[in-house]
Write a protein that binds this ligand. Structure first.
Ligand code: RNT
Ligand code: ZN
Length: 417
């Protein structure tokens, strides 16, 4: 029996030609790739004593972060129990199982991640992957694939090749393609004398990384651009233009991170253009506040516009939705839960839009109706439909998840020192 508020909501959507049942059915099929690194402030398990670098920063010291692989997995399991639907997990190479034989980054292999596959398989969780080009002695100057030193460059090429093989094995064992995303911190604090040579080195290094083709049913490559980082304010080797060109030329997925553009730009408008020429997209859904601050995503206009674009353009088949934020000022399981639930809420809002009707009035140049309808849609009872989704997916409805989170925090996280 559906909840009575949902039944009323369904009736209110009907005159707009919106079928809430179809929207719910569709939403249940869309996976979101949750990033493992929110759980421990991007620390990973290498224990190198090096802090987080590469121009990326986490602020906050809220107690209870995961200190090891068991705690991280327990926290991820808890988070997944608070989110409707079946989702994926994005790992970083720095999260190799510490129980596996020690290996430097260029020697990582599936054995270092097999326990993650074994953890993921029973729950039907797909895995995505990221080589880690930071927090390592050979990345201390934030120069990796574009490093002028051939030996260091080679080390990072080997790392990325190793990661592709691991990703392919994830895909093969789990029966769902793994997206392996290359992001490097390479750049320069001050004005470079040569902007070209590092980009030429990066392109050659990427060619070496991607030399071996991998079956797309197991594995997909993505490349992530950035505008600037801390310590790379004047120049970023892997800029958007660089990777857009590279990805189109080599038919790689383009990763759009919401925090990696000028602050007034949103990624929503880039989606349709990029997908005209690139074979697919990876999204790093994030929220930059004044800079690439990686705040927890909230249900704001930027997030809504991004999901609207994917749904309106029928791009779900070509778009891999991943999250990328890290906030250490709040409970980290809550950060994940809020972000994941917001990504799904934004998707649902997009699915509850009568796109055909909006397009019809637009084609008729009836911009009055377009604006009027878009504004009326905003006050339809979306919350009742979202609650019904949570109810049907057997996860907490509304603020109930917070009660569960607080209990989990008291029982499992509070004692972590
Ligand atoms: C950094 C990039 C990158 C990282 C993760 C940890 O600015 O967004 O995606 O956040 O790889
Ligand atoms: Zn990112």
């Amino acid at each position: 029996m559906p909840d009575s508020s949902y039944s009323l909501a369904r009736e209110q959507y009907a005159p707009f030609h919106v079928d809430t049942e179809a929207a719910l059915a569709r939403l249940a099929t869309i996976p979101v790739s949750m990033h493992c690194w929110q759980g421990d402030d991007v620390a990973g398990f290498e224990n190198s004593g090096l802090g987080l670098d590469g121009g990326v920063a986490v602020t906050g010291n809220y107690p209870g972060k995961a200190r090891n692989i068991d705690e991280l997995r327990a926290d991820i399991d808890k988070t997944f129990s608070l989110i409707p639907g079946k989702h994926r997990l994005a790992l970083h190479a720095s999260y190799a199982d510490p129980a596996a034989p020690k290996a430097d980054r260029n020697a990582l292999a599936i054995e270092h991640f097999q326990s993650w596959v074994d953890w993921a398989k029973p729950g039907g969780v797909g895995l995505d992957f990221n080589p880690t080009f930071f927090s390592h002695p050979l990345a201390s100057d934030s120069l990796t694939l574009s490093n002028p030193d051939k030996g260091i460059r080679q080390f990072w090429i080997e790392h990325a090749i190793a990661c592709r093989k691991i990703g392919a094995e994830f895909g093969r064992q789990l029966g769902t393609p793994c997206v392996t995303n290359v992001w490097i911190p390479d750049g320069s604090k001050d004005i470079p004398a040569d902007r070209l040579a590092p980009r030429e080195r990066l392109a050659r290094a990427l060619d070496a990384v991607f030399a071996e083709p991998i079956d797309a049913s197991y594995h997909l490559d993505a490349v992530e651009s950035k505008l600037f980082g801390i310590g790379a304010e004047a120049y970023t080797v892997g800029s958007f233009e660089f990777y857009l060109g590279y990805a189109i030329k080599n038919q790689k997925l383009v990763c759009l991170d919401a925090g990696h553009f000028h602050p007034t730009e949103t990624i929503a408008d880039k989606i349709s253009s990029v997908l005209m020429y690139a074979p697919g997209l990876l999204l790093h859904v994030s929220r930059g506040v004044r800079w690439d601050s990686d705040h927890v995503i909230v249900l704001d206009d930027a997030l809504r516009a991004t999901m609207e674009e994917i749904v309106r353009g029928n791009f779900l088949g070509k778009t891999h939705i991943g999250l990328d934020f890290f906030d250490a000022t709040i409970n980290r399981v809550a950060a994940w839960t809020i972000g994941m639930r917001n990504a799904l809420k934004a998707l649902l809002l997009a699915l509850l839009e009568p796109t055909d009707q909006l397009r019809a009035v637009e084609d008729a140049k009836d911009y009055t109706s377009r604006l009027a309808l878009m504004e009326e849609l905003k006050t339809l009872p979306f919350g009742a439909v979202w609650d019904e989704h949570c109810r049907r997916q057997n996860v907490p409805v509304g603020r109930e998840w917070l009660t569960e989170l607080k209990a989990y925090e008291g029982r499992h996280q509070a004692g972590r020192k």
